[in-house]
Design a protein around this ligand. Structure first.
Ligand code: LFR
Length: 490
């Protein structure tokens, strides 16, 4: 058939966007129709998401998408970062602003849960990498608060946005798998974990899978956005990383991926979870993907390190132009200093250049001083962490990896891609930058019948239609190996 227009709402930690994707008849085309900042707000000591500002951005974006598409859309899908949620009261109203996963309220919660459910058992039950902000720890921190007491429903962020658009509530599966309350083998909630954490599973509306219907735009929403006719909303991989992995333009099965943005999510796609103790020790996660797949990966701090440096410099009146900084960083010698880009020490916002410098002296090397040296330190550190995650993913899963796909915002960072190829000793295929939005559109398009096929057919379509860039590994891999050893023993 002909290509149909779908809107993909893709909310990232730094910005939200609404993309118009046209898919069908062998075609795939994506354009950005609206982008808006996502600015967290610290209020009364707690870091929040400004979720109504985000929702306003979504409405503006849907209006823009409708205008581009002649007033009619064949569907809407919503994805965002994972883990976080809003609470609704008995009338369906939002109770307070959702708390940001970088807030410190979860400090000490892992130990508290481990006292009733040992970490090894939690891992066997949920397969999730230990991250201090996993939903289960947030709910433990919220225990006994008036907000949680008044709550009748809990909606993960993309489900909350979809609820406002449609009036229908559901819990999308790929994102539910990031709560540390879901059993990845069965795709159902774990009563045992919920009981140990004192979580009322009744707060979660029924699970739905990517591709499932999720209602239609409410008449009031259509009016506000100028859209005509019924507009179906469909569940997609509502965890942005799940959509981004759909958007990997792989040609065969032997690939690793790194979904880059605020985070780097580096790993492989599997048919079944790997719940081994070795995987737990290596801090590998089993998140659920589209079509029954498992995203076996590690969370690495990602471009957050760079974004936060820039924010600090700008606040100090030294706003640098990113391209100039990157050019200077590219000319700097490699691996002069590096840090462990997986270290939770970098999780909280603030004073990032300072926090990066003191730790960046393994083996007695000097820390970066200029902004460009700091940037170089960050990118070398990310490449090192990518190398380690790809190697661990191979080792722990037994998967063959012949190529590394870098998708998301980092795919346009040439230095990062080149260093990643060098560090991994593997070719890197970079792009698409908007992999999450593409994955969102493609899952909708398939559910709507505009395209068909398996994930691998979808990926061939991506490979044919998207512009990609290849980086062959160069330089001496042993320098990376040495740095990795130095980091491990520091
Ligand atoms: C990336 C991401 C990661 C998740 C982190 C926090 O945008 O969704 O996958 O671990 O944000 O939600």
């Amino acid at each position: 058939g002909d290509a149909l227009p779908f809107a993909a709402v893709d909310l990232g930690a730094a910005s939200g966007r609404v993309m118009l994707g046209r898919a069908g008849g062998g075609e795939l085309h994506l354009e950005e129709v609206h982008r808006f900042p996502n600015r967290p707000v610290r209020l009364a000591g707690t870091l929040h998401w400004d979720v109504l500002a985000l929702y306003a951005g979504v409405l503006d974006g849907l209006r823009a998408a409708g205008q581009r598409a002649g007033g009619r859309l064949a569907g809407v899908g919503v994805d965002s970062w994972a883990v976080d949620y809003g609470l609704l009261d008995a009338s369906g109203a939002l109770i307070g602003n959702p708390v940001h996963y970088r807030d410190t309220r979860t400090e000490g919660m892992a130990a508290k849960l481990a006292a009733v459910l040992p970490a090894a058992e939690l891992y066997r039950a949920t397969g999730l990498q230990h991250l201090p902000f996993n939903t289960v720890y947030q709910l433990l921190a919220a225990r006994g608060t008036p907000a949680l007491a008044a709550a009748r429903r809990l909606l993960l962020i993309p489900d909350l946005v979809a609820y406002w658009l449609t009036g229908r509530a559901g819990t999308e599966l790929t994102n539910a798998s990031t709560t540390a309350l879901l059993d990845p083998r069965t795709g159902t909630f774990s009563r045992r974990v919920a009981e140990a954490a004192g979580v009322d599973l009744g707060l979660f509306p029924p699970l739905r899978r990517p591709g499932d219907p999720a209602g239609e735009l409410l008449p009031a929403v259509r009016e506000e956005t100028g859209l005509t006719g019924p507009v179906p909303v469909r569940a997609v991989g509502s965890h942005d990383t799940a959509s981004a992995v759909v958007g990997v333009p792989a040609r065969d099965a032997d690939f690793a991926y790194i979904a880059t943005g605020t985070w780097s999510l580096a790993g492989v796609e599997l048919d079944a979870p790997v719940l081994t103790e070795a995987g737990r020790a290596a801090n590998f996660t089993n998140e659920l993907g589209v079509d029954g797949t498992v995203r076996y990966l590690r969370n690495i701090m990602g471009l957050w390190l760079l974004q936060e440096c820039q924010r600090t410099w700008a606040a100090e009146g030294r706003a640098y132009e990113l391209d100039a900084l990157l050019a200077e960083a590219a000319a700097a010698p490699r691996l002069r200093s590096y840090v462990d880009a997986g270290d939770p020490e970098f999780l909280a916002p603030g004073r990032m250049p300072e926090r990066i410098a003191p730790a960046g002296r393994p083996a007695g090397r000097p820390a970066g001083r200029t902004a460009a040296e700091t940037v170089r330190c960050v990118l070398d550190s990310l490449a090192l962490a990518h190398r380690r995650a790809v190697a661990d993913a191979r080792r722990l899963s037994g998967r063959t990896v012949r190529v590394v796909h870098v998708v998301g915002g980092g795919a346009r960072n040439e230095l990062l891609c080149r260093l990643t190829a060098d560090a991994c000793g593997l070719p890197v295929v970079a792009g698409p930058v908007e992999a999450a939005a593409l994955g969102n559109v493609l899952v909708q398009a398939r559910a709507a019948g505009a395209i068909d096929g398996t994930l691998s057919d979808i990926r061939s379509l991506l490979h044919r239609t998207q512009s990609l860039r290849e980086y062959e590994p160069g330089g001496d891999e042993s320098a990376w190996e040495e740095a990795e050893c130095a980091l491990r023993s520091s």
